[in-house]
Design a protein. Structure first.
Lengths: 113, 114
């Protein structure tokens, strides 16, 4: 079985500041890793995914994430956030053989002016 | 031209009633899902269908019955609604069952049981 831990339930940050949203996972099998974003009253959208290869993956809206196998982490970063980045961010994993996403509990990013 | 659409957006009903939520995707995907998001925003998979066949059923009560008339539609029927069923239900689709196929989500149906 897989599990995902997002330790920070809420991260407040000022506009144009950098941000890191933390994600750790556990799994007894190989996994693919994902970050999804949920804007208010909307469904989730894929930000980025790690399948294999380079451990640094770039996604939409200037976000990037780094896969660290030894620390079983997949932290999400953005060098300079905008007000419009205010949303809920979900880290998720799926076993590589079959699509079955397991989500973390989400981190609410609050960007203020 | 919404990719994954679900109706209704809001559903308010009383305990004991039966209700349905409909979902349609126009992406040509083979696989569809239902997820439940509780009041703490935790998302958990309920069902997954691939080409109209059930492939995941995550210990969901029998009161919940998904139906897939074709691979573009996955509806969710709930019998004898309970207070604990109150949540946001998301439909999603993916190209196939491969783990590298990202999910495309609908905007959710907020179900409130009183």
């Amino acid at each position: 079985a897989q599990s995902v831990t997002q330790l920070d339930s809420q991260v407040p940050v000022f506009e144009e500041a950098p941000v890191e949203l933390r994600c750790n996972y556990s799994s007894s099998v190989s996994v693919y890793l994902f970050w999804y974003v949920q804007y208010p009253n909307q469904g989730l959208q894929l930000l980025l995914k790690y399948l294999s290869g380079s451990t640094l993956v770039k996604g939409i809206n200037g976000f990037e994430a780094e896969f660290n196998k030894s620390q079983t982490s997949f932290h999400l970063r953005k060098p300079s956030v905008h007000i419009s980045d205010t949303a809920e961010y979900f880290c998720a994993v799926s076993p590589t053989g079959f699509q079955k996403l397991v989500f973390g509990t989400g981190t609410r990013l609050l960007v203020s002016p | 031209d919404t990719a994954v659409s679900q109706t209704p957006k809001y559903l308010v009903t009383q305990m004991g009633n039966d209700k349905s939520i409909k979902c349609e995707q126009n992406l040509g995907h083979d696989t569809m899902y239902w997820y439940k998001q509780d009041s703490k925003k935790f998302l958990k998979i309920m069902f997954s269908y691939n080409n109209k066949e059930l492939i995941i059923n995550e210990t969901v009560p029998n009161r919940f019955s998904p139906k897939s008339p074709d691979k573009a539609h996955l509806n969710l029927h709930i019998n004898s609604l309970e207070l604990g069923d109150s949540a946001v239900y998301f439909c999603a689709s993916s190209q196939d069952v491969g783990a590298n196929s990202p999910l495309h989500f609908g905007n959710g149906t907020r179900l409130t049981v009183t």
